[in-house]
Design a protein around this ligand. Structure first.
Ligand SMILES: NC(=O)c1ccc[n+]([C@@H]2O[C@H](COP(=O)([O-])OP(=O)(O)OC[C@H]3O[C@@H](n4cnc5c(N)ncnc54)[C@H](OP(=O)(O)O)[C@@H]3O)[C@@H](O)[C@H]2O)c1
Length: 187
């Protein structure tokens, strides 16, 4: 696979983590302890966590988001969470859409500068970044798919901005939008 991508190469998890300015962590929840051990220290690295909390313990506490939980597992890393709300297949299809059809890519994290860099990567990939704020306030982008959450749903920018506004005002988010292309498998 790496050979099919220009300028890509393969290596060990620790080698990739040491090399990358931005490190994407994308493994099944149950595998995370092993993956983090193999990656080694991520101090100072911008991390994008795509994971969803389906799997074996350790699991977040009742009043804790999965993002908060994982950020604490990555001491010193510049933690962000994203890419977790839509299936990889849908994201591959939707990347690069133009204009009003551009898909929102939700983002949270406690390091504003890291989020700005990640948001730039989203724009390069053809998504509209939407910042939900810190890790403590991002429950709407986390599993499970349910009313009142954005997880598992396609959003475009105006509807995503309405969600952020509702959350900031302490109101329930508006009903899930429906677009002609919304019929896709859920993550
Ligand atoms: N798939 C989706 O549509 C989607 C969408 C949004 C978010 N997510 C979340 O993103 C994360 C990754 O999902 P995924 O579907 O990409 O998972 P996956 O294909 O099952 O696993 C991703 C990679 O993790 C490594 N891995 C898996 N099981 C392992 C094991 N037992 N021991 C060691 N390494 C193992 C493998 O890396 P190597 O190939 O290098 O061995 C594998 O390619 C999950 O937390 C998921 O909830 C998934």
């Amino acid at each position: 696979m790496a050979g099919e991508i220009a300028r890509a190469s393969t290596g060990s998890p620790a080698g990739a983590a040491a090399f990358g300015e931005v490190v994407v962590i994308s493994a099944p929840w149950s595998v995370l302890p092993l993956a983090l051990e193999q990656a080694g220290p991520l101090t100072g690295k911008i991390v994008i966590d795509t994971t969803n909390q389906f799997g074996a313990p350790p699991l977040p506490g009742k009043s804790q988001t999965a993002a908060e939980f994982n950020a604490a597992r990555l001491p010193g890393a510049r933690y962000t969470k994203s890419f977790n709300t839509l299936t990889s297949g849908f994201q591959a299809l939707a990347a690069g859409r133009a204009g009003d059809e551009r898909v929102a890519q939700w983002l949270c994290g406690d390091d504003p500068d890291a989020k700005q860099i990640v948001a730039g990567l989203f724009k390069d990939a053809g998504f509209a970044p939407v910042d939900l704020g810190g890790t403590a306030g991002c429950a709407v982008m986390e599993a499970p798919r349910q009313p009142g959450a954005v997880y598992g749903e396609e959003y475009r920018l105006p509807d995503a901005i309405a969600v952020v506004g509702a959350l900031r005002a302490g109101r329930p988010i508006p009903p899930t939008p429906r677009y002609r292309s919304s019929d896709h498998p859920r993550p």
